[in-house]
Design a protein around this ligand. Structure first.
Ligand code: SF4
Length: 450
């Protein structure tokens, strides 16, 4: 169990020096117990106390990495029940399932489709994180062949699901550098899994039919120092699993029960035969609270909405998504190309840049840092005003890139026109652009031919 605030307080220096940013050691201890601050913020803590408190300073859901190298993905580290309390930390991974009774060419085809499921959206890459290989044939040779076929065709992390523990041991040893997730340890085979995990360092899924079952296994593994665990408490039933996910997250975060403080895996592919129902089930577990969700489909119309939904759920509600402040050259602009300016709210940037591309008119797009606010909000907050815009124009380097001295501003801030020209000391002519992004292509074409 995690330590309470008072238990932590007893181990702190109790000098109330405030260097941690809190007025008292007690206040710091309370925040540490709630997982809201790092132990390292107190520079005066003794090594002995640090060791004793290191577990308390870990998030209630431990961090686990699946896979290795660039394609590895991290799950867990969550410390709230609801996204709006602070934020969710590590987005769930999606894993597409292949079965070992599939023909090799069908497995290869599925992997190719998985590799192709990659999209750029508001500056982030959306993709499938892993491939789950299931031993459904009951034939160990077929399982090994299927794993080989997948491993030869993708670098994505693997999830190996088989009841044959000797095959799992062999594959874990062979693929230990890839750090596949091994599914699954239970109360019967836990000793063998401890051996395998110690020998290979691979993360292990823990399966149990109920909470008691799970806690027996996680307790035994923790006692052996094995903490890279993923819980599977799934009944493969939407209602049951929904309840279980909420109960697990609540036990880890509200009750601070370390035996349930691990990421989870949910097999949405086993909950429905219809891909649409499977997608709906998966979307429920994106929000509550699966860390890995398996899917049977590679169909973009099912996968893409899930990826977008996940992206929205895991966006930090305290931080608007921001584009980088810089000059964006769209479509090979030159000396005569129009110069536009907007703010660095991601959505604004992506919509405007998309409409500029649609216009086929090469442009310079200046994106100004206003802490991720939209044009009108930034203007109202005093961050997108003539004085600051003029400062940005001067330092941006646009005057070295083009001799064009006409600046197109968003139609919503037309009122800035005169004052901005004054701030720019009459060196720039300020032109009012359209209010709506959809009117940008027409405006640019007319502007270019004028
Ligand atoms: S820095 Fe450490 S000693 Fe100082 S107030 Fe914070 S917890 Fe107490």
């Amino acid at each position: 169990m995690a330590l309470s605030g008072l238990e932590i307080f007893k181990k702190l220096p109790k000098t109330n020096c405030k260097e941690c940013g809190f007025p008292t050691c007690l206040a710091f201890a309370m925040q540490l117990a709630a997982g809201k601050v790092e132990l390292e913020k107190c520079p005066h803590i003794s090594e002995e106390a640090k060791e004793a408190l290191s577990e308390a300073s870990q998030p209630p859901i431990l961090k686990v990495e699946i896979g290795s190298g660039e394609d590895a993905f991290t799950i867990g580290e969550e410390n709230v029940l609801f996204r709006h309390e602070r934020t969710f930390i590590n987005p769930n991974g999606f894993a597409v399932t292949v079965k070992d009774d599939m023909a090799a060419q069908d497995i290869e085809k599925t992997i190719k489709e998985v590799e192709g499921l990659e999209y750029e959206r508001v500056g982030q890459t959306l993709k499938i994180e892993a491939v789950c290989i299931k031993g459904t044939s009951g034939d160990s040779q077929k399982f090994k062949q299927a794993v080989d076929t997948v491993a030869e065709n993708t670098k994505k992390p693997l999830i190996l699901v088989t009841e044959d523990i000797s095959v799992l041991e062999e594959l874990a040893s062979k693929l230990k550098d890839k750090k596949p997730l091994l599914h699954a340890a239970d109360s019967e085979n836990v000793d063998k899994f401890i051996e395998i995990a110690k020998a290979t360092g691979c993360p292990v899924a823990v399966r149990g039919k109920d909470f008691e079952d799970i806690s027996k296994v996680t307790e035994k593994m923790r006692a052996q120092g094995i903490k890279n665990l993923v819980i599977d408490i799934g009944q493969r039933d939407l209602k049951e699993d929904f309840f279980n996910q909420i109960a697990l997250r609540s036990a880890a975060i509200k009750k601070k029960n370390r035996l349930f403080g691990y990421p989870t895996i949910v097999f949405a592919d086993e909950m429905a035969k219809d891909p649409l129902r499977e997608t709906l089930a998966a979307s429920i577990f994106v929000a509550k609270y699966a860390s890995i969700i398996t899917l049977s489909t590679t169909s973009p119309q099912n996968i893409f909405p899930l990826m977008v939904f996940r992206q929205n759920i895991y966006t930090d509600p305290r931080q608007p998504m921001q584009a980088e402040e810089k000059i964006y050259a769209i479509g090979n602009p030159d000396e005569s190309s129009p110069v536009l300016i907007t703010t660095n709210f991601s959505l604004t940037y992506f919509i405007i840049s998309g409409e500029i591309e649609n216009s086929k008119v090469p442009c310079w797009l200046l994106v100004m840092n206003v802490e991720g606010q939209s044009v009108l909000t930034a203007w109202a907050a005093g961050k997108f005003i003539p004085e600051l815009i003029a400062q940005y124009i001067k330092k941006s380097g646009i005057e070295e890139k083009t001799g064009n001295r006409e600046l197109i501003i968003p139609g919503y801030v037309a009122q800035l026109q005169g004052e901005l020209e004054d701030e720019l000391e009459g060196k720039w002519k300020v032109i009012v652009g359209p209010r709506e992004a959809g009117e940008v292509p027409k405006f640019l074409k007319e502007h270019a031919s004028a």
